[in-house]
Design a protein around this ligand. Structure first.
Ligand SMILES: C[S@@+](CC[C@H](N)C(=O)[O-])C[C@H]1O[C@@H](n2cnc3c(N)ncnc32)[C@H](O)[C@@H]1O
Length: 212
């Protein structure tokens, strides 16, 4: 019942997110969708008419469901089985607010990401924001048994997280028309956060003369 009610809302969300994400992709990018769930977002990105050629999206999941729409790497929650900077882009769509200890997760995702981290999460903004966001979080996850912590970072907290892992935001949206119209009024817009954070330039290696 919950799954059936949620299906059209989820479909619209996937379409809106794919429309946004393809703008940050470049030809031949390898993309990792961390916490990919059923893999619908990765599939929608790869099949998107504006997706640059040669983009390949794979997923990784701590709690794989089976039958995902994209290839999925096993993930124990600590180590992604991939080399440093193996992917140009990583996506974390509504995943971090489910993770009790986000620092190790974000550090591990940063390790395998060469260029950009794409974040979608919730923020508590506006009238009765907390009950509204907790309700949509629960409704979107209960049927799949995904545990909700009901903890959402502020944009300032997100920026501190990017800084810690050596990334900086180049796009930050604090309002998104993510769902079909009426649902969007109640649960979309200012309860939604989307950001693209790019790897900061590595510091240039110091020349031997400048070293003490
Ligand atoms: C709300 S669903 C989002 C699924 C997908 N990203 C999407 O946008 O449709 C949250 C997903 O995060 C996964 N997840 C939760 N904690 C995780 C973690 N520490 N590492 C990887 N995935 C995690 C859950 O198994 C679940 O599939």
């Amino acid at each position: 019942m919950l799954k059936a009610l949620h299906a059209p809302i989820y479909a619209k969300r996937i379409q809106v997110l794919a429309d946004l994400i393809v703008r940050s992709l470049r030809e031949g990018d390898r993309v990792l969708d961390v916490g990919c769930g059923v893999g619908a977002l990765g599939r929608a990105i790869q099949d998107h008419p504006a997706c640059p050629p040669g983009v390949i999206v794979s997923g990784c999941e701590k709690f794989p469901r089976g039958g995902e729409a994209i290839p999925v790497l096993a993930f124990d929650g600590y180590h992604i089985p991939a080399d440093d900077r193996a992917f140009q882009v990583a996506i974390l769509a509504d995943v971090v607010h489910h993770e009790p200890d986000p620092d190790p997760l974000l550090a591990e995702v940063a390790r395998v990401t060469a260029r950009a981290l794409i974040l979608k999460d919730h923020i508590e903004q506006g009238l009765l924001a907390r009950p509204r966001i907790c309700l949509i979080d629960w409704a979107a996850n209960a049927a799949w048994g995904v545990k909700c912590l009901f903890r959402y970072f502020t944009p300032a907290e997100w920026r501190a997280h990017y800084q810690k892992i050596g990334f900086q935001p180049t796009t930050e949206l604090t309002s998104l028309d993510l769902y079909p119209p009426l649902v969007n009024l109640l649960f979309g817009r200012r309860l939604q956060y989307y950001a693209v954070a790019e790897r900061m330039e590595d510091p240039a290696p110091r020349s031997p003369e400048s070293q003490p």
